[in-house]
Design a protein around this ligand. Structure first.
Ligand code: MGD
Ligand code: MGD
Ligand code: MO
Length: 698
């Protein structure tokens, strides 16, 4: 059986694809198809980063595609909003009605229409490929896609110049690896192989994470700092690098900007001060500084887990300064990786066609505060903060590749927004999610096995092509096809609305020759140097690693990185003494896969990990049902008294579907719509709560 290309109806064939999910690993898939049915999804052994292995979730991809609850025909709401009752309707009728509703709104002001999408698929084509063209032509509001990585991304751009860093495979050669704000075994499994390799060859591995994760269990040391204190730790490390002169003066002089100013800032952070802020022993900081200052090569794997707090952008800035101070970048196994996405030459303008705006400049709405945004201008007295310059209230919402009712912060407000009777909501989905329950129309979307796409990665530096392995199930259509059909109904005549998916794939990246290679092999590596900043050459305005950012200073912000206390710092509230973080559960991907029963069975029930001291103080026993609450709402789940939680911090593992939880809510009932210091990102892990045994629980 050799890998073949495209659907087949008789003998068993293997079709090359790419995993579409929001994960740094971006695996190459091989789907075995027999008689037109996908019977197995495996990792492609020829793709070095995938190495033939998939995570538990995606190796069950056929369970997702052939799930009995797949939405396979257009549905129209019957009964009240949110009741989740729908009737089948033909595509023609659904599209005609949706187009008429959007046209009527657009005639008043197209900015009253808002697309809402994120990374249900990371594909460039089924992501914003045709969708951006549609919304640009319409003149709809822009969506600021901040929900995951905005603060850290901005911190990285301000310091290194772009979302770029070490090549992930070279972590295997490092002698010291700091896994910082990342549960790699759960959320970046293919990176963990490189760590194991390094460990076998004698490298020291340190995990920096408030939670004792399965990754922390396997490291030599775990530094369980308080959430949102990473910048304090990084500044204290700098303090020690300076005090002991573990610095690469030549690298600093030639390839950095703002050293004198940073030095002064770091000297304000002796380890004792940071130990106090971080809630960790001072010896741990000293030891880490010595390891980092004296081991070569030293590599840092940062992940976005540590930037979901008020000071997240500054924390990434501070950490991103470290490898330039020690000259770690000189070696290919030294430096830092948060994201590799900035390495890819994506042709966004060719894909998204901003010229279709025709000079209009629609407003931008932040997806992280969608709860507030939906309540703007509707006279809702529970709206937390109104913006006088908001413009027209949102009259129509078109959701695709996202499940905002489950994943956006402060769900009670999000639900109130979706519940508005005067809001017209269309949801493109594979399943009837918490968000789809609130739709006026649900349009059936294909899964990755049923459509074309092209993928970059934020973990490695390969481009992957996804070919359809099977024909679309039922009446499902790719997102592109749905937007193409809507464009036709709206009378959008521009030829770009006729581009088919293969054409979109071709226009997304590189030149034609690259694409021939993708067609032939399924993946291609970007030609990049092994050690990108060995001789400086950072993509910043100065070409240096910018300890001091003129761009931030020009915006009236601090030009240097600093520690910013959480919005909801422990001790700042009498009523809510516990800090809650809500990192991903291993067998879910954000809210995707929660409805795959075999995976939900592994996770069991919504859980809150709590330290024995905090549990005892509240009379809570392991396995007991608890109420987790603050002024924003209440979430019920099962307590697990566990060493995975540090004292003062509880871990509410995410992100359950509300309707599959214990009281129709999930952990985002408790999170706030406050934003990060940089990038206007959400602060999911900057959240104070109280926990009580739930009445009547066993
Ligand atoms: N299985 C699985 N894999 C996933 C995901 C998933 O939901 N499930 N999500 C995907 C997505 S969307 C993304 S963005 C990526 C990255 O996803 P991330 O959300 O970054 O996921 P993790 O790598 O689990 O990193 C979170 C870790 O950060 C820790 N953490 C929380 N607060 C702090 C803090 O203040 N400081 C520090 N140092 N650590 C903190 C958490 O305890 C957790 O272990 O992973 C992707 N991979
Ligand atoms: N409390 C808390 N909240 C969080 C986080 C956290 O750690 N804690 N993590 C945050 C992060 S990092 C992220 S990235 C966001 C993620 O938020 P989202 O990007 O909304 O991710 P998912 O919950 O996986 O929802 C994606 C949806 O897209 C659908 N989908 C998949 N493929 C397609 C397709 O081809 N077409 C269409 N139409 N639909 C498709 C899936 O069925 C799924 O319902 O959540 C954030 N929310
Ligand atoms: Mo994310």
């Amino acid at each position: 059986m050799s890998p073949m290309n495209g659907p087949s109806s008789d003998a068993s064939v293997q079709v090359r694809g790419a995993c579409p999910h929001d994960c740094p690993d971006t695996c190459a898939l091989l789907t075995t198809v027999q008689d037109g049915r996908a019977i197995r999804v495996q990792g492609n052994p020829l793709h070095a980063h995938t190495a033939g292995a998939l995570c538990t979730k995606v190796s069950r991809y056929t369970e997702r595609t052939y799930h009995p609850e797949r939405i396979l025909q257009p549905l129209r709401r019957v009964g009240p909003k949110g009741a989740g009752r729908f009737e089948p309707v033909g595509w023609d009728e659904a599209l005609a009605d949706i187009a008429a509703r959007l046209q009527a709104i657009a005639a008043r002001d197209p900015q009253a229409i808002l697309p809402y999408s994120y990374a249900g698929t990371m594909g460039l084509v089924q992501g914003e490929g045709m969708a951006a063209r549609f919304f640009h032509k319409l003149g709809a509001s822009h969506l600021d896609r901040t929900i995951c990585a905005a603060a850290g991304g901005e911190g990285l751009v301000q310091t290194l110049g772009a979302k770029v860093g070490m090549k992930i495979e070279f972590f295997a050669e490092a002698r010291l690896i700091l896994i910082w704000g990342s549960n790699s075994i759960a959320s970046n499994l293919h990176f963990w192989r490189h760590v194991q390799q390094a460990k076998r060859e004698g490298a020291r591995i340190v995990c920096i994470d408030p939670r004792r994760t399965e990754t922390a269990d396997k490291c030599h040391e775990h530094i369980a700092l308080r959430p949102g204190t990473d910048a304090a730790l990084a500044l204290a490390l700098m303090h020690e690098l300076i005090a002991h002169d573990w610095l690469d003066h030549d690298y600093i002089a030639r390839h950095t900007l703002g050293w004198e100013a940073l030095r002064e800032r770091a000297l304000q952070w002796p380890p004792e001060r940071a130990a106090e802020v971080c809630g960790i022993p001072v010896e741990q900081i000293r030891r880490l500084a010595q390891d980092y200052g004296t081991t070569r090569p030293a590599a840092i794997r940062l992940n976005y887990g540590m930037q979901r707090v008020r000071g997240g952008g500054n924390a990434v800035r501070a950490i991103a300064c470290l490898p330039a101070l020690t000259g770690a970048w000189r070696q290919r196994a030294g430096g830092l990786l948060l994201s590799s996405s900035g390495h890819f030459p994506v042709r966004r303008a060719a894909l998204h066609r901003p010229e279709l705006l025709g000079g209009r400049r629609p407003r931008t709405i932040n997806m992280s505060t969608i709860g507030n945004a939906l309540l703007e201008g509707v006279g809702d007295d529970l709206l937390r903060e109104t913006s006088p310059d908001f413009g027209p209230k949102i009259a129509a919402l078109i959701v695709y590749n996202s499940n905002p009712v489950a994943v956006a912060p402060e769900s009670a407000q999000v639900v109130r927004g979706f519940a508005r009777k005067d809001l017209f909501t269309v949801v493109l989905e594979q399943f009837q999610t918490d968000t789809a329950d609130w739709a006026d129309y649900i349009l059936p979307a294909t899964t990755q096995l049923e459509h074309w796409d092209i993928h970059t990665s934020y973990g490695h530096t390969d481009v992957l092509l996804n070919r359809p392995a099977i024909a679309p199930l039922g009446q499902a259509r790719p997102n592109t096809e749905i937007f193409r059909a809507l464009a036709r109904r709206m009378g959008f005549a521009d030829p770009c609305f006729e581009d088919d998916d293969e054409t979109l794939c071709r226009s997304a990246i590189g030149d034609a020759q690259d694409f021939e290679q993708l067609l032939a092999h399924g993946f291609a590596s970007l030609p990049l140097p092994d050690a990108p900043f060995a001789e400086g050459g950072f993509p910043t305005p100065s070409g240096r690693c910018e300890f001091f950012s003129e761009r931030l200073a020009a915006q009236g912000l601090d030009g240097l990185p600093d520690h910013l206390a959480n919005h909801e710092a422990p001790g700042s509230s009498d009523r809510y003494p516990l800090a809650m973080i809500s990192p991903p559960a291993r067998n879910f991907l954000n809210s995707s896969f929660v409805n795959v029963k075999s995976l939900r069975d592994i996770e069991g029930e919504p859980l809150l990990e709590i330290h024995a001291q905090d549990a005892a103080a509240r009379g809570i026993a392991s396995g007991q049902l608890v109420r987790v609450f603050n002024d924003r709402g209440e979430y019920r789940c099962r307590a697990q008294v566990s060493e995975r939680a540090r004292p003062g911090v509880v871990n509410g593992l995410g992100i359950w579907w509300r309707k599959l939880g214990l009281n129709g809510t999930n952990v985002n009932e408790l999170t706030s719509q406050k934003l990060t210091d940089l990038g206007r990102g959400p602060v999911f892990y900057d959240c104070l709560v109280e926990v009580q045994a739930a009445a009547g629980s066993a």
